[in-house]
Structure formats: C-alpha cells, structure tokens
Design a protein. Structure first.
Length: 244
C-alpha cells in the first residue's frame, strides 16, 4: 500500500506541476492550438535605439507568402499608410480614451503593409488571411506607442458603436506577451449585439523590435496570429538589425 500511495503522490505532483505551467505570458503558454507558443527575442541593449528605416527597407522584410502556407498569395506592398491609419476598433465614443487616441494619431513613421491569403480561392469576408504592418520610429517612441495602446484598451474595454441596424458593443482586451520581441501585447476584439455579431474574438499582436513596430492579425485564428507575429519579429531582428 505504501508503494501505491507513493505512486499516487508522484502522479499528483506531476499534475500540479503541469497545471502550474499555464499561460502566464511565457513562451511555454499555449498558442490557441495547444502547442507551445512561438517566441522571438528583441534587440534592446544591442542595437542603436535611434535607428530608423525607410518604407522600402520595411517592405523588403514583410512576411513572404510561403511563410503562411504552400500556395498562399500576397497582395502588393502598400508603403506609407501608417500616418493615415488608426484601426483596432471604433474608439470615438470612448471619452476616457480621448487623450491616448489623440497622441496615437499624431505619431508618424515610415511603414509598409500587406495581406497574405493562405487560400487564394477563398475571397469571402470570412476567408483566412494574415495582415502585417511594419512601422519604423525611434525605440523610445515605439515603446510609447505600445504603452498608449495598452492604456486605450484599459480605458475603453467596452465601447458602444452605432450601426445602420442597431447599436453594437465592442469589447477590447490587451494582454502582455512575454518572449516576443522587446515587448508585445495580444489585442482581442469581440463585437456583440444585433443579428450578425456573436462575440467571436478577433486577434491582433502588436510588438516592438527595437524601434520597429510589428502588427500582425489573422482574424479569428489565434494560433496563426501568434506564429506569424513571431516569424515577423524574427525577420525584423535578423534582416533589419542584423542580429543573429
């Protein structure tokens, strides 16, 4: 009986240890598919914090179509759209986030973006995709950008938005992600209300590698969002900053 009791105790300890290794933000947390979440190091402390890049340099390191899947296709690269793009939800009715929004929209930087579609034949609104945007600015300003994004999500967790049919509610959450660039957040947006909004979460990662902001989203596919963000961060680290 003592041997059996010791065996049960050992199993219990293993179960407890396994439960303790959950998604506390580390690289061992799940990516949404039950797999180990991919990671990518940053360059703080080893790269010039004032270094900036051009639209063309950023466009050259965007994810290639094949990184998303065999047979995937990529749209043409769109340079310089960051200054005219805010995105991430309709925050206009959230008075508490007005200051953060005001500072965010004044931020400038070279940029390049495009969308990759894993299945070129699927062109509907629900078709799978990976969107990526790279923006270059001094590292301190890039860090301030992420700080403001987190503040905006904290202040505007619920935003009511008027639509043609009926008002809907946007639910916003931003969670820190460890081991992804120099700093990163996973932003989740859910919309409820009306007949067509069921609260399905949509995911986007915003991270910083030195002074390059990397935004990656794959709609409702959390695992693809995280894996694509990690690969995008690796490409910025290696191809722009020359880090091994």
């Amino acid at each position: 009986m003592r041997g059996r009791g010791a065996g049960c105790a050992a199993v219990l300890l293993m179960l407890v240890a396994g439960c303790a290794g959950g998604e506390a933000g580390g690289a061992d947390g799940p990516d949404g598919s039950g797999r180990r979440r991919p990671s990518a190091p940053g360059v703080d402390g080893s790269a010039d914090p004032g270094k900036v890049f051009t639209d063309a340099e950023l466009g050259a390191v965007l994810l290639p179509a094949e990184s998303v899947g065999e047979g995937a296709t990529a749209n043409e690269i769109s340079p310089g759209l960051f200054d005219r793009h805010f995105g991430g939800g309709d925050w206009s009715t959230c008075a508490a986030g007005r200051d953060a929004r005001g500072e965010l929209v004044r931020m400038k930087g070279a940029s390049a973006e495009r969308t990759v579609r894993p299945d070129p034949a699927a062109t509907g609104d629900d078709a799978p995709f990976v969107f990526e945007r790279l923006v270059s600015m001094p590292a301190a300003r890039a860090g301030r950008y992420l700080e403001l994004r987190r503040a905006l999500h904290d202040a505007c967790g619920r935003v009511t938005v008027d639509t043609e049919a009926a008002p809907v509610v946007e639910h916003h959450e931003a969670r820190p992600l460890a081991d992804l660039g120099d700093e990163a957040v996973l932003e989740t947006t859910r919309t409820t209300g009306g007949d067509e909004y069921d609260g399905t979460p949509h995911y986007e990662v915003e991270l910083r590698v030195g002074g390059v902001l990397v935004t990656v989203g794959a709609g409702t596919d959390r695992a693809l969002t995280l894996s694509s963000a990690a690969e995008a961060a690796q490409r910025v680290r290696k191809d722009l900053y020359g880090a091994s």
